[in-house]
Design a protein around this ligand. Structure first.
Ligand code: SF4
Length: 75
């Protein structure tokens, strides 16, 4: 890999900021977000509820996981 190729491999796509990507591990952003509430069903299933959905229609109550990029993400 040349120096130019290496710098492209580390580049952040234009629609993503470094902050939005910071928590995007294999499980995505929601588990690390300050707006999430973990909901457990009586049968033991776990759901991630986005509390921003209560006041902003852009956000789903239960966003499909994993969420890789989100304008509402707060560490
Ligand atoms: S604001 Fe975004 S990252 Fe945070 S819980 Fe809601 S959907 Fe997930």
């Amino acid at each position: 890999m040349s120096g130019t190729d290496r710098s492209r491999a580390n580049a952040v796509p234009p629609d993503e900021t470094p902050g939005q990507r910071a928590g995007a591990g294999p499980r995505g952003l929601c588990p690390e977000c300050g707006h999430v509430r973990i909901v457990r069903s009586p049968k033991g299933s776990t759901f991630l509820l986005c509390r921003l959905s209560e006041r902003d229609a852009r956000f789903s109550k239960y966003p499909p996981q994993p969420v890789r990029v989100c304008p509402g993400y707060e560490p």
